[in-house]
Design a protein around this ligand. Structure first.
Ligand SMILES: [Zn+2]
Ligand SMILES: [Zn+2]
Length: 136
């Protein structure tokens, strides 16, 4: 398993993580509002080790978002059971390491933008169905 490093904008928070694959793009309203765009994230399971203090916001019943309290960089989506941490792909020191694999919550994507290329585009219902076995 390869370990990758990353950090927030100010460097107050750094992390190491073992990514499980490429990037997922999420178009849901929460991710768009939080990131200011599309949120590109990478599934790092429970491998994320953080140095520095993060602020935590409960963004849904099943997960929290974590960010740097000093610079505001959104870093992590964590399931409440700790099994899954989705790490912001752009927070990694080398975000070019991740190919864009699929898009989530495609029905929430505004018509004002679109990501070029062909890949699976899942609705929110399809996304929940995919992760239901792990208790998401
Ligand atoms: Zn920071
Ligand atoms: Zn989302």
């Amino acid at each position: 398993m390869t370990t990758s490093t990353g950090r927030c904008l100010c460097g107050g928070v750094t992390f190491t993580a073992a990514p499980k694959g490429g990037m997922h793009a999420c178009h849901c309203a929460t991710c768009r509002r939080l990131s200011g765009g599309v949120l590109f994230s990478v599934d790092c399971g429970d491998s994320v080790r953080v140095t520095g203090e993060v602020a935590t916001f409960a963004s849904s019943e099943w997960a929290v978002r974590q960010f740097c309290p000093a610079c505001g960089t959104g870093l992590f989506w964590r399931s409440n059971d700790g099994a899954v941490t989705m790490v912001s792909a752009q927070a990694f020191d080398d975000p070019t390491a991740f190919a864009l694999e699929d898009e989530f919550c495609i029905e929430s994507k505004p018509a004002t933008y679109a990501l070029a290329g062909d890949r699976p585009r899942l609705t929110t219902d399809e996304l929940y169905a995919r992760f239901a076995p792990s208790g998401a």
